[in-house]
Design a protein around this ligand. Structure first.
Ligand SMILES: CC(C)c1ccc(C(=O)O)c(O)c1O
Ligand SMILES: [Fe+2]
Length: 299
């Protein structure tokens, strides 16, 4: 069974790289790493060289999702496993790895055609990340809407060894959402999958230090007319306090705080959660219809 370190980075497509770089630096409060070159920008919220890559495209949304493996040995095991299972992993060439500051990497497509990159390690920055005024702690999770939830969950659980933390169900019992963690990473979910009519990126989330950061962020966003579209509230599933807002292309971002953690040995059973307003927000707030609307997935 393959083992992961964490959700490593998200490569987004944005229509104006300079505008989005300023937004993610000044409003989301990430560090811009290096200059924008050939319409590509990198941002980070840790000692990792980056956890967000911005690429220019007419179709804003997701380019790919990167997961860091626990070790080089686990990376090799993952490559062999995906090859054996027929997912045709392809190693990333030296030039691109140099740009990404990654040692070894391969890419493959999941059953929906979404590109995933698994890598062994990323260059570490000597300069400490000093987040301000919103204290962002890490890239937390990404959520996709997929046309076939059952097959997607089966692939991530049975082939890739992601664990199911909780699922959500319609009144007739049909599952419509799965929260998954990349084992043995303890956090409730680094990957969420929702049943939808089409393939779409629903949102990406960054973890912040505490409730003060959510309050500070809310006022800063509202003062600059950035749409805050849901929250602050508290999710039942992960137990986190959340707030969602939109980036300049209308992509949905979430700040999250205080998510449940699972032990590697003897974790609790996944729960079947119902389909009510309180399951999404224990404080019973309603979301704006713009949530998750923009998020083309490059396939
Ligand atoms: C509203 C979305 C899909 C959602 C629901 C629950 C959680 C959580 O429990 O943390 C999320 O992070 C979500 O984004
Ligand atoms: Fe979320």
């Amino acid at each position: 069974m393959i083992r992961y370190k964490k959700l490593g980075y998200i490569a987004l497509n944005v229509t104006d790289v300079e505008r989005s770089t300023h937004f993610y630096r000044d409003m989301v409060c990430l560090d811009q790493v290096g200059e924008i070159k050939e319409d590509v920008a990198f941002l980070s919220s840790s000692s990792d060289y980056h956890n967000l890559m911005l690429n220019k495209s007419d179709k804003p949304g997701l380019k790919r999702i990167g997961f860091e493996m626990e070790s080089t040995k686990e990376w090799e095991k993952a490559f062999e496993l995906l090859k054996k299972e027929g997912y045709a992993p392809v190693e990333v060439d030296k030039e691109e790895r140099a740009l990404l500051k990654i040692d070894k990497a391969f890419r493959f497509r999941d059953p929906n055609g979404v590109t995933f990159e698994f890598y062994n390690k990323m260059m570490q920055r000597a300069k400490p990340y000093e987040p301000s005024p919103v204290r962002v702690l890490k890239l937390d999770h990404v959520v996709l809407r997929v046309p076939n939830l059952q097959d997607t969950v089966r692939f991530f659980n049975e082939v890739l060894n992601f664990k199911i933390s909780d699922t959500r169900h319609k009144p007739d019992g049909e599952m419509y959402f799965a929260f998954m963690r990349c084992f043995p990473n303890p956090f409730h979910h680094s990957f969420g999958i929702s049943q939808g009519d089409d393939l779409r990126m629903f949102h990406i989330a960054y973890k912040v230090e505490d409730i003060n950061d959510i309050g500070i962020a809310r006022n800063r966003l509202i003062n600059l007319d950035v749409p805050v579209i849901f929250g602050p509230g508290r999710h039942l599933a992960s137990g986190s306090i959340f707030m969602y807002f939109l980036d300049p292309d209308g992509l949905t971002l979430e700040y999250t705080q205080d998510m449940e953690e699972f032990p590697e040995e003897n974790p609790r059973e996944p729960r079947m959660l119902d389909h009510t307003l309180r399951t999404t927000d224990l404080w019973e707030g309603a979301s704006d219809p713009r949530i998750g609307k923009v998020g083309h997935v490059e396939v």
